[in-house]
Ligand binder design. Structure first.
Ligand code: 1HN
Length: 336
């Protein structure tokens, strides 16, 4: 294109489409910034504990090391196009003050006992493997009455909400605790509170999914349906059966002893976090050996093979993806 033509376009804030059409619409498969990445916990943990010595919670507000995908540039703090991941440390006696924000968060507890998150007045104790929701707009704060460090994995849809120019926070005062998670209205699957009068609709009726319940559900599924292709359960809204949040989806997968599982290529990127056991993760050109508390990211449109490294013990994997968002947008695909 003649230089003076280019300049004339630029002067009017105009850009020709035709030189860039193929880069925004590549044939067959999208261009992807998201790279396969693994964050081994044993490498991350000492650095997170060091942050505990270097950074007082009062200054940090949240003491987090972000698991950043170099494909996006580390400063973008993205694991994938829509998923933010961070490992958060809370030391005994510390308090991370109340706030609420537009991005949705969940926490997967990695280690330690005695900490809790209060979400809209409901105090949710944190134990390893528990999943705790802090959905959009709900007040939340963290405290710790135990005597050892507590670490959890934060999973947020922050990159998407930020990209949409809808990400912001409101700071608040300490919440009054009005309920303990043990008082939660949803104690059993399939049995929901149904008073004989109209009840205010609750968009997020269940905030804490205890690991012991999820683990037991997986083991029962494996026992009762030995021929099932994948022993996997989804974290859903117990009133509607829909995904627990609108943008990101969460599930837990059990790899039986010695099991190898081929997952088809799906349009959504995926985060895997190993709750228990040991598993290999193989995809084109990469292999990760996940040990307990390791986390990895798999780009979309990529088939993956998981292989339990133990012939005796099951392995348990927590999975986060943006399938709920993609399904709502009509973009979700499974390629077999
Ligand atoms: C947040 O609110 C928490 O409440 C953790 O613990 C990590 C990352 C980005 C935005 C908000 C928390 C976060 C966050």
């Amino acid at each position: 294109m003649p230089e003076d033509y280019r300049s004339a376009l630029t002067a009017q804030n105009l850009v020709p489409l035709w030189p860039s059409l193929r880069s925004v619409l590549p044939p067959g498969k999208p261009a992807q910034r998201t790279k396969p990445v693994c964050w081994p916990y044993q490498a991350l943990r000492p650095l997170l504990l060091q942050a505990g010595e270097l950074t007082p919670i009062e200054k940090a507000e949240r003491r987090v090391l972000v698991l950043a995908n170099p494909g996006h540039g580390l400063q973008k703090m993205q694991a994938s196009s829509t998923i933010y991941l961070g490992m958060q440390l809370l030391l005994p006696g510390e308090w991370a003050p109340a706030h609420r924000h537009t991005p949705n968060a969940v926490r997967m507890i990695v280690e330690g006992e005695g900490a809790y998150t209060t979400v809209e007045g409901e105090r949710c104790p944190m134990s390893r493997g528990d999943l705790i929701l802090t959905p959009t707009g709900l007040w939340h704060e963290h405290g710790h009455d135990g005597d050892k460090p507590v670490v959890w994995l934060d999973v947020l849809d922050l990159p998407l909400v930020y990209y949409m120019e809808t990400s912001y926070v409101t700071e608040g005062k300490a919440q009054a605790v009005t309920a303990e998670a043990a008082d939660r209205a949803y104690q059993r699957g399939g049995v929901v509170p149904a008073p004989a009068f109209v009840r205010a609709e609750q968009p997020f009726p269940m905030l804490r999914y205890p690991w012991l319940d999820v683990r037991a559900a997986l083991q029962a599924l494996a026992t009762n349906q030995p021929d099932i292709e994948a022993v996997q359960v989804a974290y859903v809204n117990p009133e509607t059966g829909a995904d627990s949040q609108k943008i990101l989806g969460f599930s837990a997968l059990m790899l039986r002893p010695g099991e190898r599982l081929d997952l088809p290529a799906r349009s959504c990127a995926m985060v895997l976090h190993l709750i228990e056991g040991a598993s290999d993760v193989k995809l084109e050109g990469h292999q990760f050996s996940l040990d307990e508390a390791d986390t990895c990211c798999i780009p979309g449109y990529t088939p993956v093979t998981l292989a339990n490294r133990s012939a005796e013990q099951s392995a348990f994997v927590f999975i986060a993806d943006d399938a709920p968002l993609q399904k709502k947008l009509g973009l979700y695909e499974v390629r077999s």
